[in-house]
Design a protein around this ligand. Structure first.
Ligand code: DON
Length: 312
């Protein structure tokens, strides 16, 4: 029998250590999201960063094994799960253009007939979760299964307090869902959809978990066990949408600074994909005014600058 392949060496560990030191010395860190009360108390000075290699080797610096609220980072995984099931029909219900607007904006929906610009703004993510829920009967459960399997961490779970906290202030997402339902672009009863969506956003996972879980996008659609979740083309499509829409109205600046497909969440996490090479996840809860982690974007900027690794 062949010996088991040895794990990849932690090639990028020295660069991660240097970035963590630089971030530690940086004073401004933004503010944690306060529109979800359960997230407001997080310490903006927390910082963790992990790299996952394609063979499942993972390493990191700082609080890279500390769970945090994944929030909109989950939108990548629900999109993958739904696209894998329904294919291109999805694009009749949600677009693929940057919105240039805040992630929770309602403004384009009326003159664009209830079709959200892309799957990563809240309106688009609600459409994706709705369609995934129709196909699986449990969208949030399907998401959790995927995250657990791909991260190899069966302990991943929802944070009920965060989900309830968001539901208590969920008027904007409720408005988006009802408005799209009025155009016939939501299938499930809005309260059921919102429950699924808030559970989805409340997943607690660490940088290590999310870097590993997103590795199928660096493997061109292939899961950790070697089976395929997405076609190579679908994996390319999701990476492209992450690059153009993954950080909302800051996507142009993120592409300019980082040069990688990335997806942020208001818990302060950001995943980034280096197709064919590795994935990254960084976490720091202090956000800028567009909802992206200040230290997270800075750390990814430094990573691609110092290593020269990017898609460009
Ligand atoms: O729906 C919301 O507003 C949150 N659950 C998720 C928003 C989010 O993470 C946007 N990211 N930057």
């Amino acid at each position: 029998m062949d010996p088991a392949p040895s794990p990849s060496p932690p090639t990028f560990l020295p660069v991660l250590e240097r970035i963590a030191e630089e971030i530690e010395r940086t004073p401004g860190r933004g503010r944690p999201a306060d529109y979800i009360p359960a997230l407001a108390a997080r310490d903006p000075r927390s910082f963790g960063m992990a790299v996952a290699e394609l063979d499942g080797t993972v390493y990191g610096v700082g609080e890279w094994r500390e769970p945090f609220s994944a929030q909109s980072v989950t939108k990548v995984f629900t999109l993958a799960l739904d696209l894998a099931r329904e294919g291109d029909e999805l694009w009749e219900h949600v677009g693929r253009e940057p919105s240039g607007n805040p992630f929770n904006s309602l403004i384009q929906l009326e003159y664009e007939n209830g079709i959200p610009r892309n799957p990563f703004i809240n309106a688009g993510a609600l459409v994706v979760t709705d369609r995934l829920h129709t196909r699986t009967g449990d969208a949030a459960g399907a998401l959790l299964d995927l995250l657990r399997t791909e991260s190899g961490n069966p302990g991943l779970t929802f944070d009920k307090e965060v989900a309830a906290s968001e539901a208590g202030r969920g008027h904007r997402n409720a408005a988006l869902a009802h408005f799209m339902a009025s155009y016939g672009n939501i299938d499930n009863p809005v309260p059921d959809l919102l429950e699924q969506y808030f559970r989805q956003c409340s997943v607690e996972a660490s940088c290590a978990d999310l870097a590993l879980a997103s590795a199928f996008l660096a493997r061109h659609g292939v899961r950790a066990d070697g089976t395929r979740l997405l076609t190579r083309s679908q994996s390319k499509q999701i990476n492209a949408i992450m690059l153009t829409c993954g950080t909302y109205d800051a996507a142009g600046d993120f592409a300019y600074r980082v040069g990688l497909p990335g997806k942020s969440g208001v818990g302060g996490g950001i995943i980034a994909i280096v197709p064919g090479r590795c994935t990254l996840c960084v976490w720091s809860p202090g956000l800028d005014e567009r909802g992206n982690s200040v230290a997270g974007v800075a750390a990814l900027d430094r990573f691609t600058t110092l290593t020269g690794v990017s898609v460009f």
